[in-house]
Design a binder for this molecule. Structure first.
Ligand code: ADP
Ligand code: ZN
Length: 433
């Protein structure tokens, strides 16, 4: 189902005209309202009038997360403070938090793009949306909520946690659409089994899963365990929250709502804009936001872009599943690797369960990676030889697939911590030494 055919299936020339009109306004808005943009533009001898075509955007400077942190708490709004009706504030674990301020119109835009996202997954007013994304300052919960309300679906604002209760509610209210992180979806399946409920017999039809990287093989695993279609959703607090891009039922990339968010993919090292299909860092410009407008914001997320029309009828571009964040790339003895690539290999292995952690240590001056992986409950840990054999086999599979030598340590079922939200895949022990 297409929520807004006029925009999602727009002729691309018309779309580009619309983008340019909006872009000119945004560039002027940030230049006039935010001193730090004014300064950056001047340093590059640029004025908003220099933007005459979409291609001209390349000349404008990129924006980094650290610059947004400087504006905490009220310094980055591109609308007067009295027009702001909602704040979202990032967790700020790695520095000062980043704030996004929404006007009423921004909330309408968010509801619109989230309605489109839900509709990409076939959601209609008949559906029961079981929303297990966290409500609060995290954008996941409210973002889904606004979209589901606009569609007129029956929303269950359950948030994360209390998994047994979630399953009871899913059974009683016949939830059809599950929204949460992929790792929490798996945990729901696991707990259902534990309490004697067959997760495949729930009424769930589709999952709208995101907020963290997950591989194709993780998708298969979730689809089998829950008996659903598992679709990917992407977004980030700085831009709007979830609803920047969403996979349709074709499962061939996430449609990016280009009339609201203008994408570019750059080489993260040089900042050069890459061609369609080349892998790099996603850069986004908001085209319709009032409260927090951003020009050329570096998301830190690695993907590719595809402008070919999709089988579903949408003409808006698609981005590939996110490989990971630039910051999460591991360099192990010269091999660059993202956790999602390791996950994809692990989940092809028969004995492996979809629960793992990557332990990073420094030994004799070299970085070493150990994969801790849960195995099915019927693996006998007292048979040391057998365990070692499986570990060696998995080590070999990873080396064959990725050219990377890592250690594998099998651990017993349920020893790796489960997450209600974003799973923590990397345990970095290098800094503590
Ligand atoms: P935080 O930076 O604190 O995690 P957000 O909750 O705004 O803040 O998370 C946004 C980030 O989450 C994105 O920049 C991206 O790295 C990750 N993310 C969101 N959706 C996806 C997805 N579908 N696949 C991979 N990563 C995702
Ligand atoms: Zn599509």
């Amino acid at each position: 189902m297409i929520w807004n055919k006029e925009y999602e299936c727009m002729d691309r020339d018309n779309l580009r005209d619309l983008q340019l009109t909006r872009l000119k306004e945004v560039v002027r808005r940030v230049y006039e309202r935010l001193p730090f943009y004014g300064k950056k533009f001047s340093e590059n001898h640029l004025h908003p009038d220099a933007l005459k075509s979409l291609e001209d955007l390349k000349k404008f400077p990129l924006t980094r997360k650290s610059e947004l942190r400087e504006g905490y708490p009220f310094g980055l709004f591109t609308a007067p403070l009295e027009k702001i009706v909602e704040f979202h504030i990032s967790s700020g674990t790695t520095g000062k938090p980043v704030v996004n301020g929404y006007t009423r119109k921004d909330i309408q835009v968010w509801s619109e793009v989230m309605a489109r996202a839900l509709a990409c997954a076939g959601t209609t007013s008949k559906d029961v949306v079981h929303n297990a994304y966290g409500y609060g300052l995290f954008t996941g919960g409210l973002g889904i909520h606004y979209g589901a309300q606009l569609i007129g679906a029956k929303t269950i604002p359950i948030s994360g946690g209390q998994t047994r209760r979630q399953i009871m509610i899913m059974q009683d209210f016949k939830s059809t659409v599950l929204t949460c992180t992929p790792s929490y979806a798996l945990h729901i399946a696991e707990v259902a089994e534990e309490i004697g409920v067959d997760p495949r017999k729930l009424s769930l039809r589709v999952g709208i899963l995101g907020a963290e990287p997950w591989s194709e093989n993780m998708r298969k695993e979730i689809e089998v365990q829950l008996g659903i279609d598992a679709l990917d959703i992407y977004g980030l607090t700085e831009i709007i929250g979830p609803g920047v891009a969403q996979e349709c039922e074709a499962k061939e990339g996430m449609h990016i709502f280009e009339d609201h968010f203008l994408p570019e993919v750059i080489d993260p090292k040089t900042g050069k804009v890459l061609e369609e299909g080349e892998e790099g860092e996603l850069v986004l410009t908001t085209l319709t936001r009032e409260g927090t407008s951003l020009v050329r914001y570096r998301t830190g997320d690695i993907t590719r872009i595809n402008y070919q029309p999709c089988d579903c009828g949408r003409t808006i571009a698609r981005i590939n599943k996110i490989k990971g964040r630039v910051d999460d790339m591991l360099i192990i003895r010269g091999v660059n690797i993202f956790p999602s690539q390791i996950e994809n290999v692990l989940l092809q292995i028969e004995e492996a369960e979809p629960h793992y952690q990557l332990i990073l240590e420094r030994k004799r001056g070299l970085d070493e990676l150990t994969v801790e992986l849960e195995v099915s409950p019927n693996t006998f840990f007292d048979e040391v030889k057998r365990v070692e054999k499986i570990e060696a086999k998995i080590e070999k599979e990873i080396e064959d697939a990725l050219g990377l030598r890592v250690g594998v340590r099998l651990v017993e079922s349920r020893t790796i911590e489960r997450s209600m939200g974003k799973a923590k895949r990397i345990i970095d022990k290098r800094k503590s030494k």
